[in-house]
Design a protein around this ligand. Structure first.
Ligand SMILES: [Mg+2]
Ligand SMILES: [Zn+2]
Length: 201
């Protein structure tokens, strides 16, 4: 049967998205990473982003950055680091569509960041926010995290998730996408043959 799962845009203009946790998934989690010198790439991370970029995925980073709330570093440090990361992804032919970070913590040193927010994972606020701003096809989307709270945030947002325990991120991603495909009944928006009677959008 010549039904193919489209990797790209569906009839409503929605695209599949991959949400990456940052520390421990894209870069090694050294604890409160906030300087470019502390950036140690996980094997296959930049390749994973360029792979997804070429397939037309939306690609997001969703990261808890309570180091801001704790006064260890500022939002400007996080944003500078994300610009450096983006430059690296671009050098590999990829790009992140949006970096989302939560600067809060319920016991923050700074009053401005001391709150029980909706964005700190396991809450799904960052994912919901991105899904409001971008045309995400939730059914074909996936979050990759290295902690249970990452996966809990994805579940609360109604998207699939996979727990990364180290190794090569590109290989892990490809296996996770195969599994997502296998668990998803085919609802392709592209038909290769006009004889098909099961082409559903
Ligand atoms: Mg992590
Ligand atoms: Zn927050």
């Amino acid at each position: 049967m010549a039904v193919t799962r489209t990797q790209g845009i569906d009839l409503n203009g929605r695209r599949p998205a991959i949400f990456f946790d940052r520390d421990g998934v894209l870069n090694e989690d050294l604890g409160f990473v906030h300087k470019p010198e502390q950036l140690q790439w996980v094997a296959g991370a930049r390749e994973a982003v360029s792979y997804l970029t070429k397939l037309g995925y939306l690609i997001f980073v969703v990261t808890n950055q309570s180091g801001i709330a704790r006064g260890f570093y500022g939002a400007e440090d996080v944003e500078k680091l994300h610009r450096v990361m983006q430059d690296n992804f671009k050098a590999f032919g990829g790009r992140i569509d949006a970096f989302a970070y939560c600067p809060h913590h319920p016991e923050a040193a700074t009053a401005a960041f001391r709150q029980h927010c909706q964005c700190r994972k396991p809450s799904p606020g960052m994912i919901f926010d991105l899904m409001q701003k971008w045309p995400v096809d939730r059914r074909r989307s996936l979050l990759i995290g290295d902690q249970p709270r990452d996966l809990a945030a994805a579940t609360a947002a109604g998207i699939a998730s996979a727990l990364f325990r180290g190794g090569n991120l590109l290989e892990f991603l490809q296996a996770a996408l195969r599994e997502l495909d296998a668990n998803n009944p085919i609802q392709s928006t592209t038909c290769q043959s006009e004889e098909l009677d099961v082409c559903t959008a």
